[in-house]
Design a protein around this ligand. Structure first.
Ligand SMILES: *Cc1c(COP(=O)(O)O)cnc(C)c1O
Length: 393
């Protein structure tokens, strides 16, 4: 308790300056939610000595409170990294990496199956910022060496691409990029920080859309950029500060609330998805199963070598005899699967993609439909798909 202020102030002032301070020593499992724009300093000397990069102290709400510092540290630990910065969405985390590492005259390589807003960003940087953005076949492997130019600073990877699901050879891409002096970033959202050790396979920068598995609640948007190298971290942190990328501490709390169950949920999504995919694969309506754990999926061998699990997201290609109108009817006929983007939450989702328009060299004419398997009973999901298949005919 702080000593009472004297002389007594008016009610209006006491409404702002309370005498009461809660006792120290409260302990509980959840981290407290520390909201702050203004952070208070003990005295002018402490204020003058502030350093916004110093994680052993606090300077301003935008640079963090105990809540965001805790979430950063926990995410770095999960990915096996040393540093983490939080961004207001997964896409903001992607933008942060590009703006931290690229300047006019530089070149960035992105996989042709990249998360589409990342492609939009690349195209924007190319059109308006004097940065060239080029796209490579996600299955290129070591041959990416032939695409690396002296000004290629950054190579994006995604493992797997979240619509067409190719699993790239990350160690081969990293080796070639590093030999050419480029940094490798990965959008590691699909494996939730659980099923793929990105740093262990040579990646320099891990990006996560915490919106997905880490949150798990379909109720929060947030992203993270995790690094091991302090020089890279400083560049990302400086861009983060200049861009003013803050996050809300209630949102940080929501993400933290999801972390203890992250692995259990991921494994339940994985088991459910494999059960549904195994059943679908045996059906005549399905031409190919784009699930990394299945042999049809390009890069399946890379997945087997490098990954420890699969999560809930996969796509299927329908037999080419079905038109878009028919597969749209199939999706509309599903009851448990809702139509919507994102994944990692408890509810199963389904989205069609016009992949022939997205990918110049896409082979095959069948309709691509992406499934996110939630936490429902897989047998009920299978029954739902079975009844919806009837609407195809
Ligand atoms: C969802 C997602 C993002 C972006 O996350 P938001 O928080 O929705 O901006 C980035 N990459 C992948 C692979 C995603 O699935």
């Amino acid at each position: 308790m702080s000593p009472p202020m004297s002389p007594p102030k008016s009610l209006q002032t006491r409404l702002v300056h309370s005498d009461y301070t809660a006792p120290d020593g409260f302990a509980a499992f959840p981290s407290a939610i520390h909201h702050a724009s203004t952070v208070l300093f003990k005295n002018v000397e402490a204020m003058r000595a502030r350093n916004w990069q110093d994680k052993s102290a606090y300077t301003y709400g935008l640079h963090g409170t105990p809540t965001s510092f805790t979430l950063e540290a926990r995410l770095a630990e999960i990915e096996g990294g040393a540093y983490c910065v939080l961004a207001p969405s997964g896409l903001a985390a992607i933008t942060l990496v590009d703006l931290a590492l690229l300047k006019s005259g530089d070149d960035v390589l992105l996989p042709d199956n990249v998360y589409n807003p990342n492609r939009e960003l690349g195209n924007w940087l190319q059109r308006d910022f004097g940065i060239s953005a080029r796209y490579y076949d996600p299955m290129i492997g070591a041959q990416i060496a032939g695409l690396l130019l002296p000004n290629t600073r950054l190579v994006w990877t995604e493992a797997p691409g979240s619509v067409t699901m190719e699993v790239p050879d990350i160690p081969a891409i990293c080796a070639a990029a590093h030999a050419a002096g480029a940094v490798v970033a990965i959008d590691n959202t699909w494996s939730g920080g659980i099923a793929f050790d990105a740093f262990g396979h040579g990646v320099d920068i891990v990006m996560q859309a915490l919106t997905k598995y880490q949150s798990g609640g379909s109720d929060v948007l947030m992203g993270a950029v995790i690094t091991r190298d302090v020089v890279l971290h400083r560049r990302i942190e400086a861009a983060h500060m200049r861009l003013g990328f803050g996050i809300g501490m209630d949102d940080a709390f929501l993400v933290m609330r999801g972390l203890p169950s992250l692995k259990l949920r991921f494994e339940a999504h994985d088991a459910g998805a494999r059960a549904v995919a195994t059943w679908m694969k045996g059906r005549p309506e399905i031409a190919s199963m784009l699930h990394p754990a299945f042999a049809d999926c390009p890069g399946h061998e890379n997945w087997k070598r490098d990954f420890t699990g699969a999560g809930g997201l996969f796509s299927v290609v329908f037999d080419a005899r079905y038109t878009e109108a028919q597969t749209d009817r199939f999706i509309d006929s599903l009851a448990l699967f809702k139509i919507g983007f994102s994944w990692g939450g408890a509810n199963s989702l389904c989205v069609p993609y016009r992949v022939q328009a997205m990918r110049a060299n896409w082979r095959g004419a069948g309709q691509l439909v992406r499934f996110n398997i939630g936490l429902e009973d897989p047998q009920d999901l299978i029954a739902d798909i079975a009844q919806a298949f009837a609407s195809l005919e």
